[in-house]
Ligand binder design. Structure first.
Ligand SMILES: [Ca+2]
Ligand SMILES: [Ca+2]
Ligand SMILES: [Ca+2]
Length: 237
């Protein structure tokens, strides 16, 4: 009897180890940066949405929390257009973009070198645990910088970078682009497709990892139930 019970427990533990560990490893996103390679980024994602900051109203499903950022006329090389102007300060001023629908790629046209001169550069991070993606050089002027992730994310955060040239980084960003194309979702042509809306409105009660744990717990409970039913699990028998 005890042997059978031990077998059940071992099988359950092996199930958790083999299923849960790969899920935990896969949870760390791997990102590919496209520094001054807009064509490469666009080829990688296929379709995307653009926020051109023509006015202060952001695209549907896009929101921002910022200490200093705002939409205004450009002052540097992006001067023919309205842009996102911002000043990032180490330890105090950051900007976080949030996407209602998980995305896998993000980028834009950047001017760091013009507004305020070259500063700290910009460190870009994604999602709640703030995985570092890379730093945008402080002397970039009207160049594309973007990235693609193998794991979907819903937040992009800009913080001051590590370049010692300045105490802050004042910058302007235009034509911010983002895409969910590589995640089985399609965003394109400035229109969010119905399939995407339907997918995003489904509330996911568990993460992948939670689901594995739930399955393992279920297997253990079923094992005990089966053992007890078969009279294999009686105390002091
Ligand atoms: Ca807009
Ligand atoms: Ca613009
Ligand atoms: Ca600057």
């Amino acid at each position: 009897m005890k042997r059978l019970l031990t077998l059940f427990v071992i099988v359950a533990l092996v199930l958790v180890a083999t299923l849960a560990l790969p899920a935990m490893v896969a949870a760390v996103p791997v990102t590919t940066v496209y520094d001054q390679d807009e064509a490469g980024w666009k080829a990688a994602v296929g379709t995307w949405l653009t926020e051109d900051f023509a006015d202060a109203t952001l695209n549907t499903g896009l929101s921002v929390v910022t200490d200093n950022g705002l939409v205004q006329a450009a002052s540097g090389c992006l001067a023919t257009s309205n842009v996102w102007w911002d000043r990032l300060i180490p330890g105090s001023a950051t900007t976080t973009w949030t996407f209602d629908v998980p995305i896998t790629a993000f980028g834009g046209n950047w001017d760091l070198g013009g507004p305020g001169g070259p500063g700290t550069g910009i460190a870009v991070e994604i999602n709640g645990s703030w995985v570092p993606v890379g730093e945008i050089d402080s002397d970039v002027e009207c160049k594309f910088w973007g990235f693609v992730s193998d794991t979907a994310f819903t937040q992009v955060r800009f913080i001051a970078g590590t370049d010692p040239q300045g105490w802050a980084e004042t910058y302007e960003l235009d034509n911010m682009v983002y895409s969910a194309h590589t995640n089985g979702y399609i965003i394109g042509g400035g229109i969010v497709e119905p399939a995407l809306v339907a997918s995003s409105s489904v509330v996911q009660p568990f993460s992948d990892f939670d689901g594995v744990l739930l399955a393992a717990a279920g297997a253990i409970v079923l094992g005990f139930w089966y053992a007890r039913r078969r009279g294999l699990l009686r105390r002091n028998s």
